[in-house]
Design a protein around this ligand. Sequence first.
Ligand code: ADP
Ligand code: 5GP
Length: 190
Amino acid sequence: MSVEQLGKLIVITGPSGVGKGTIVSLLLQRYPQLRVSVSATTRQPRSGETEGINYYFLSQKDFETAILNHELLEWAEYAGNYYGTPKAQVLEQIEQGNYVILEIELRGARAIANMFPAACRIFIMPPSIEELEQRIRSRGKNSEESIVQRLKIAREEMAAKDEFEVQIVNDDLEKAISKLEKAIFSENTE
Ligand code: ADP
Ligand code: 5GP
């Protein structure tokens, strides 16, 4: 099925703490017609996170069942937990002609790029690794162990930025959003 012909798939990746969630939620406030895929994960909810809004929080067993039943478009293990994109909701939204944003880590982004070559692929970079660490710490939602793990993964992910057709440095938030708007609403649909 050539879903690319209908709506548009937008893959946003970049290291944890770079500001992906912040950028996407501001973009959604401005463009309510955009859709964001809600991922499944086995990690524990953080304070303030809501089932079905931030993630579908699954047990490891249920996540593995979803994998076996081919219910996920892509999935990856990240920092000791599973994360994956529910297939049905994304395909349905695209078929309805909607623009759908996937905010996912590098391996998932690569998998989507292989499946949907027409997807718009965006990599968000931090101004520096020091600023990234500062943002993860100031967000205050990760343990020290998890922060160290995320920074290690961040270095690996940032080495892959050239694989993405659009790279945006999230220094000034408004400038980053404006570049993202241009990338999403450009006319290069295939
Ligand atoms: P991600 O979704 O990529 O893990 P978040 O959106 O949770 O990242 O952002 C991590 C932290 O960085 C948050 O505290 C957020 O307020 C802050 N942040 C996001 N963008 C910027 C920016 N341009 N300048 C300074 N701080 C930012
Ligand atoms: P967090 O625990 O900070 O919410 O997310 C950790 C990482 O998992 C982030 O880089 C986030 O983009 C990524 N992620 C979230 N949902 C998915 C998903 O469905 N698939 C993949 N591959 N990564 C995801």
